[in-house]
Design a protein around this ligand. Structure first.
Ligand SMILES: Cc1cc2nc3c(=O)[nH]c(=O)nc-3n(C[C@H](O)[C@H](O)[C@H](O)COP(=O)(O)OP(=O)(O)OC[C@H]3O[C@@H](n4cnc5c(N)ncnc54)[C@H](O)[C@@H]3O)c2cc1C
Ligand SMILES: *[C@@H]1O[C@H](CO)[C@@H](O)[C@H](O)[C@H]1NC(C)=O
Ligand SMILES: *[C@@H]1O[C@H](CO)[C@@H](O)[C@H](O)[C@H]1NC(C)=O
Length: 405
């Protein structure tokens, strides 16, 4: 009887296998990855008007190396307006710290981790932290790194572990993301007086962004200022309903542009704010060119500017510890979104008790980094926290709130 049961099982398995094979044959060898198509070729079913389709293709909406599906998700998330934290982004940390403390945690600032401690069994067991001139070891059963894949693997892990094949395999799947310049402008006048709105402008210098980007990135650093292909311009103060109480009669503008880390690399060892005249003049040439474009958008602001402060890729390196001044961590290339890369770039690492979190595990941005954190917490707790969140959301009165402009 046992033997016939086993035989039946084999038969059922065989039939299932044949059915699966047949289905695959009928549907074509493999279903395409929706993230593979780049932005120059929007999938045909999405653009039915042939002339419009030609135009979209010609315009090259975003560089050839960006996934169309990812771009569509980004645009879709902006459709009903975006979010801004009431009181400014510092509120995120301010309200997160008590939650960490309530759970028995501690938050240390100006405590740079010098290395991840790995015990004789090859397991992560804590971190070594700089405190003034000293190093202090903090031991922990689990180490979670939000420092990004490059910092964690290439700097924080002991040298003998960095060379492990699994670590190298993961590193080979990612490139350093794009770097940028930031310009912060303080203005005299409220948003009403200055006619500012809580909106984002993306300003392109040319229709063909691929060409414009190539031109910019192959330019010398002296020519770069004249070839800036894209600017992001926004007024954070206009988005924050608490701003006018805190800073009556004042406003801000924030501008982001792209830049090559290598243009500024020679000053990387210099002290922040003391990098010298040559560095300042290179940076200022770019800032001036940016201002010229921004003042075309807001000509009436020229005599309202009270202060300007700007940052280069080295500023990002100093303040957010991005190894090459990256704005958004590892590059969001099409290759990073392939099935193999997504399967390999996960929170679990080949070092037991060491996990990665943040933007390099999922996608960039505040939301992308949060998703990385949920994936990481799910890995640590070995439970799918998305189903917990879905349950919470279903029971929460907050789930009927809608985004507002
Ligand atoms: C100028 C700029 C503007 C942006 N604007 C937006 C926006 O409007 N909306 C949006 O959604 N996203 C925006 N982003 C992207 C967003 O900030 C990131 O995607 C997000 O912060 C990533 O979160 P994270 O936790 O993965 O990494 P991070 O926020 O970079 O956090 C990593 C932290 O690790 C710390 N760290 C690194 N190494 C060490 C070490 N050895 N020891 C101790 N600490 C260490 C760093 O200091 C840093 O605080 C912007 C990014 C930049 C640079
Ligand atoms: C700011 O604008 C107000 C009103 O226009 C003006 O009275 C004031 O002098 C300006 N302040 C500065 C610092 O320019
Ligand atoms: C929350 O959303 C779910 C699913 O859409 C719905 O069934 C539920 O009634 C909502 N709860 C509230 C309080 O709106």
């Amino acid at each position: 009887q046992e033997i016939t049961a086993v035989m039946w099982l084999y038969w059922i398995l065989l039939v299932l296998l044949l059915l699966a094979l047949l289905r695959r044959l009928l549907r074509g060898s493999s279903s395409p990855n929706p993230f593979s198509a780049d932005c120059r070729r929007p999938p045909a079913p999405l653009v039915t008007d042939k002339d419009v389709r030609k135009k979209v293709i010609k315009q090259g909406v975003l560089p050839a190396s960006t996934s169309f599906s990812l771009h569509a998700i980004l645009v879709d998330h902006y459709m009903e307006g975006a979010w801004y934290p009431r009181g400014g982004p510092s509120e995120i940390a301010f309200h997160t710290i008590p939650v960490i403390k309530q759970a028995g945690g501690a938050v240390l600032t100006k405590a740079a981790v010098q290395s991840i401690l790995v015990n004789a069994d090859g397991k992560a067991c804590g971190v070594s932290v700089q405190k003034g001139q000293d190093l202090v070891n903090i031991f922990a059963p689990i180490v979670i790194s939000d420092a990004g894949i490059f910092n964690t693997y290439e700097r924080l892990l002991p040298a003998e572990i960095r060379t492990l094949p699994d670590i190298q395999a993961q590193l080979h799947m990612v490139d350093h993301g794009i770097s940028g310049l930031s310009v912060f402008i303080g203005l005299n006048g409220s948003k009403e007086e200055l006619g500012l709105e809580g909106t984002n402008y993306f300003i392109y210098s040319h229709q063909n962004l691929d060409e414009a980007m190539n031109c910019f990135f192959t330019a010398s650093r002296e020519e770069a200022a004249e070839n800036i292909p894209i600017l992001f311009v926004t007024s954070p103060s206009s988005k924050d309903p608490t701003w006018q109480e805190r800073y009556p009669g004042k406003s801000t503008l924030c501008i982001l542009a792209l830049a090559q880390y290598e243009w500024f690399e020679e000053w990387k060892e210099e002290t922040v704010q003391k990098r010298g005249a040559e560095y300042e003049s290179l940076k200022n040439a770019m800032v001036e060119s940016i201002l010229k474009t921004v003042l075309k958008l807001y000509p009436h602001l020229e005599d309202k500017i009270e202060c300007i402060s700007s940052g280069s890729p080295l500023t990002n390196q100093h303040y957010i510890a991005s190894p090459k001044g990256e704005l958004y961590g590892a590059a969001h290339s099409i290759s990073r979104l392939q099935a193999e890369a997504t399967a390999i770039l996960r929170s679990q690492t080949c070092v037991p008790n060491l996990y990665l979190t943040g933007q390099d595990i999922c996608l960039c941005g505040f939301m992308g980094a949060l998703q990385g954190a949920v994936l990481c917490a799910s890995a640590v707790l070995q439970r799918n926290l998305y189903s917990d969140m879905l349950r919470l959301w279903r029971n929460s009165p907050a789930n009927n709130s809608k985004k507002k402009d």
